[in-house]
Design a protein around this ligand. Structure first.
Ligand code: PYC
Length: 337
């Protein structure tokens, strides 16, 4: 065996969605904040993401997280999220996966019945409360970054679909929320190609006509997620298909998407603080969300009203990996198919 690179990872899944937690081989990513590290990694180290996320070591819906020493003094670990589409500022299912891996591998001091882990993420501090029983992480509740609604019932002209009504909110990433009925499609995995195609067209149209910009997090300014809301969804219990750029669906109920949806419902006056909100994924797995307090985002004068969501879900370890790159491998940055 000869390798020019070797990475160690603990693989997991959160309610059906993989998180490859990279524990070694990357080294320290330069940057004075975790978002600086994310931006540096995207510009100078993206070959590592491609190697670990795309085929043949990953797949078209692969997702992961690179552990780093925290920069903030009040955090235990730093995280840079990686996935087939790039590096997200925040990922809910990924954070639940990271917290579960940290507990079940003893990478943090484990306290029963609850271990609290403070994570330095590119979008800000995220606190994970892990319910632990006999060393097993039973479930994780994360307190997410401030989430806010940007547009309610806006409209965009989409090639082949016509005028599409959508709302836009931030929950760690920007999410366009669209009723599936409005694009004439059923909530049915047999129609996933049509749903995905509609989602990609809608995100392109919004990014062309009116791209959003996060007021404080540098480099967060496009919509790459369309949350198609299933008929019958309410402000207490929602089902959705989450279409993600460049062409896949979240298998989990999407932690940042659930946060964005709760921020939208709060802006409509439909979801008060402390009300449980159940969000179901395209495969039927669930997160339970709750808005815990109000806050604002942005500088005084321009500040927008926001809420702090919590998201609860479960993750399971699926494997331990050592990922190698042989210098003669013709696909050193993998490929997508
Ligand atoms: O859980 O936040 C999430 C997420 C984002 C993309 C895939 N999952």
């Amino acid at each position: 065996m000869r390798s020019s690179r070797m990475f160690t990872a603990v693989d997991s899944h959160t309610e059906g969605m993989p998180t490859r937690v990279v524990t070694g081989g990357v080294g320290a990513i330069p940057g004075e904040t975790m978002n600086d590290r994310r931006l540096y990694f995207m510009k100078h180290m993206d070959d590592i993401r491609l190697l670990l996320m795309t085929e043949p070591r990953g797949h078209a819906a692969m997702s992961g997280a690179i552990l780093q020493p925290a920069i903030r003094h009040d955090a235990d670990w730093g995280v840079v999220y990686i996935e087939v589409s790039g590096c997200l500022p925040m990922c809910g299912h990924g954070t639940i996966g990271v917290a579960t891996v940290l507990v079940e591998t003893g990478m943090v001091p484990v306290v029963e019945p609850e271990t609290i882990i403070r994570l330095d993420t590119p979008a800000g501090l995220v606190v994970a409360r892990v319910a632990v029983q006999d060393g097993h992480a039973e479930s994780v509740t994360i307190e997410n970054v401030p989430s806010f609604c940007v547009r309610l019932d806006a409209s965009v002209s989409v090639p082949t679909l016509g005028e599409v009504s959508y709302s836009l909110a931030f929950g760690g990433n920007f999410y366009a929320m669209v009723d599936l009925d409005a694009v004439g499609l059923p909530f049915d995995r047999a129609r996933q190609h049509d749903i995905l195609s509609a989602g990609l067209k809608i995100m392109d149209a919004i990014n062309l006509a009116a791209p959003p910009h996060h007021p404080t997090i540098k480099g967060v300014d496009l919509v790459h997620h369309v949350e198609f809301i299933a008929p019958g969804s309410t402000a207490r219990h929602s089902r959705h298909a989450m279409a993600i750029h460049p062409g896949w669906f979240d298998r989990s109920p999407c932690g940042t998407g659930t946060s964005a949806r709760m921020a939208e419902l709060w802006a409509r006056g439909l979801l008060p603080l402390d009300q449980e909100f159940v969000n179901e994924s395209f495969i039927g797995s669930r997160f339970v969300g709750r808005l815990v307090r109000e806050t604002t985002v942005g500088a005084e004068g321009d500040a927008v009203p926001a809420v702090i969501p919590t998201i609860s879900g479960r993750a399971w370890l699926t494997g331990l990996g050592q990922y190698l790159l042989d210098p003669s491998d013709p696909y050193p940055t993998g490929f997508t198919f």
